[in-house]
Ligand binder design. Structure first.
Ligand code: NAD
Length: 296
């Protein structure tokens, strides 16, 4: 039987509704969460991402705006702005859209964000907290969205073999840590891994974030596995595809996240969730992470 499609779009909409309820609830207490997105330069893809984030935040009743800088901005000016946002009590979330133009030191810029407002989860404090399994971490959005997708379909992780293809700072490494915190047995494969198929075939849960179009084919997947495709690639005809060759993998997997409509929408939903989390935690209010599950 072909794999069931994991509906990230529907799940993301449910999370966004939940976040909006939380925001409206916070507003009754006089707290109005605010997210500031910093964009440097005029890369069209980055501009689209940023506009989508701000629009989604506004739809979720979160105050949100883009702060734009030209590519020629001096690093000190950028650092000063981020320091000011970090210190501003009327700002809950600060996000710097990556990649930054050449000549700007990404690490310096990210580390300037106050960890309690780092809604992308990229500062070393949040990376460390994720590694230590601390729930007050602001988890990076894509890995958090992947876990939410697995939870929605009630995928058991405890003791299960999980394989992550990719070791990037924003997806591969942190998702591996989150899976480990959920007691999966985790293997990370990467560009230097030998015999990739032998490793991916062990996975009950396979997460693919390699940035290589249709790298994973059906023969590399265990019968009945759950496969999450993080990759996004545009074909010549304008349609999108992922890091997984969907047609052949669908014949082996039990569940497969589609591209588009899988992980992508979840990433934005988790950004909004992080903004609410940041707004609550930095005021000493408790935050209970919602878990939304689809009916069996
Ligand atoms: P990256 O380029 O930073 O990292 C890719 C990783 O894959 C590297 O660690 C590399 O070692 C590994 N890799 C490369 N070739 C490989 C191979 N042949 N075999 C095994 N491993 C290999 O990429 P990233 O930022 O993690 O993103 C990965 C993909 O996910 C990209 O297509 C990106 O566009 C997409 N992405 C999607 C979202 C989303 O919200 N849907 C978010 C982030 C990234």
């Amino acid at each position: 039987m072909p794999a069931q499609r994991m509906d990230g779009r529907r799940l993301a909409a449910l999370y966004r509704e939940k976040v909006k309820e939380e925001v409206l609830e916070l507003k009754t207490q006089g707290i109005s969460p605010r997210l500031v997105v910093v964009l440097v330069g005029s890369d069209p893809a980055s501009l689209t991402y940023v506009q989508n984030k701000v629009k989604a935040a506004q739809e979720g009743a979160i105050r949100s705006e883009v702060l734009r800088f030209p590519e020629t901005v001096r690093e000190e000016e950028l650092l000063e702005t981020i320091a000011r946002l970090s210190a501003d009590d009327d700002v809950d979330g600060v996000l710097v859209q990556l990649p930054l133009p050449q000549g700007l030191d990404k690490e310096k810029v990210i580390e300037q964000i106050a960890p309690e407002k780092d809604v992308d989860g990229f500062t070393y404090q949040n990376v460390g907290r994720v590694m230590l399994g601390q729930s007050r971490a602001l988890y990076p959005c894509t890995p958090q969205g992947i876990i939410a997708l697995l939870d929605a379909y009630r995928i058991p992780l405890l003791g299960e073999e999980a394989v992550v293809v990719g070791r990037s700072d924003i997806v591969g490494r942190p998702v591996a840590q989150l899976l480990l915190s959920r007691h999966a047995t985790v293997t990370i494969a990467h560009s230097k891994t030998r015999h990739l198929g032998e490793i991916t075939r062990r996975a009950q849960v396979l997460i693919v974030a390699a940035g290589v179009r249709e790298l994973i084919t059906g023969d590399m997947v265990k019968e009945g596995a759950v496969v999450i495709d993080v990759g996004i690639h545009r074909r010549a005809d304008g349609t999108l595809t992922g890091d997984v060759e969907a047609d052949s993998v669908r014949e082996k997997a039990r569940l497969l996240s589609p591209v588009p409509g899988g992980v992508g929408p979840m990433t934005i939903a988790m950004l909004l969730l992080n903004t609410v989390k940041a707004a609550r935690l930095r005021r000493g209010l408790p935050f209970h992470a919602p878990t939304i599950m689809f009916a069996e």
